[in-house]
Design a protein around this ligand. Sequence first.
Ligand code: SF4
Length: 393
Amino acid sequence: MEVVLDRPGAVRLELLPPLALYVHIPWCVRKCPYCDFNSHERPGALPEREYVERLIEDLDERLPCVWGRRLVSVFIGGGTPSLFSPDSIDALLSAVRARLPLEPGAEVTLEANPGTVEAGRFRGFRQAGVNRISIGVQSFDERMLGALGRIHSGLEARRAIEAAAAAFDNVNLDLMYGLPGQDAAMARADLETALAFGVPHVSAYQLTLEPNTVFWSRPPALPEHDLCADMQLAAEELLGAAGYQHYETSAFAKPGRRCRHNLNYWEFGDYLGIGAGAHGKLSFPDRVTRHERAKQPAEYLKSLSGKETEVPPRELPFEFMLNALRLVEGFDVALFGERTGLPLSAVEKQLSEAEGRGLIERDWKRIRPTARGRLFLNELLALFLAAENKDRG
Ligand code: SF4
C-alpha cells in the first residue's frame, strides 16, 4: 500500500497545534534495573543552579521558533525532578513564564518519587507554580519494590501520596503490573491501595523488558502473557467501577482530569523539549520538525548541541497514528488534516484495510480503535508503517 500525497513533499497546515513544554531533569538517586529513560545516578550534590541556567539558555535558543504562541501545559519529568529544590523549580518556572505566556489554567506537572519528597517540599513546588504531581509509586508491595530496585518502601509511597494530596488536588499515581513474582491478587491489591487515596488520575503500565537495561541482559521471570492480559482487564474493571475513564492505553482519569500534557502528545500537538536528551516537535505552516539535545548531562551542561530534522511528509501519517490510535476514543477525522497538513485520503487504503480486519471503526466524525485494535495495536500501526516504507521504496 502506498501513502498517496496530492503533491508529494507538500504539507499545508492551516492552524498550528497547541504548544506544550517538556523539561527533562536527568538524575535519579539510583538507576532502576528496568529503566530505559535518560536517567543517571550522580553521587554528591546535583548541579542544580548550573542546570537550570542551561535549561533557560536552551529555551531562549528555541524561542524564535515559537514567537507569539502560548503554552497549554508544562511537564517537568525525568529522571527524578523532585530531587531539585523548590527554589530551583521556582527559578525555572519564573523564567518560562517570562518568556512564553501560559494559557490561563495551564497544567504544570512535576514528577516526584517517594523517598525524595516530604510535605514542605510539596508545598514549595506548589508555591513555585506546579499544579499537578505525578508520583512514581509502581507498587506498594515490599517484595515488588525490591524486585524493581526502587529506593522507597510501601510506607514511604503512602506517606508521599498523603503529603502530595495535602498540597495538590491534581495527583497522578504511576503503577506497574506484570512484575517478577506478581500474581493477579497482588496486582489487584496494589490498585485497591491506590484507589483508596481517591486521586483523580492513575496510570497503570505493564513492565516490559527494554534494551540497554539490566533486566534486558539478566531478565527476571515475569508472569505469563495471559496472566498480564488478565491483570490489565482487571485493572480496567476496577478503575472503571471506581469512576475512572480509561482514555489511553495506560491512562485512567476521573471526569475532567485527563492529563492535558499527555493528551497533547497523543493528539499530535506541538511541544518544545528542553534538557539533556529532551525531544521536541514543532509545526510550521509548511513543515513539521523534530529537535533533540545531547543525551549525557555532562555534555548538555557543556554545550547546547543537538539536532533538528524535518519530518518527511510520508512519515507523518504513521507518526500521527502512533499517537492518536492510543486514545480509546480515537480522534476526530478533521484532526488528521489539521495536524499533518495532509488529506485523510492519503491513508484511505490503510484505514479500509484496518476496518476490514476489525482493528478500527469509524463514522463521518471519528476514527477509533476497536477493542481488538487496542489489543493488537502493533498490528494496527504496522499498516501505516508499511505504507511509509513502501512509499520510501
Ligand atoms: S526512578 Fe524512574 S527515571 Fe529514575 S531510574 Fe527509576 S524508573 Fe528510571
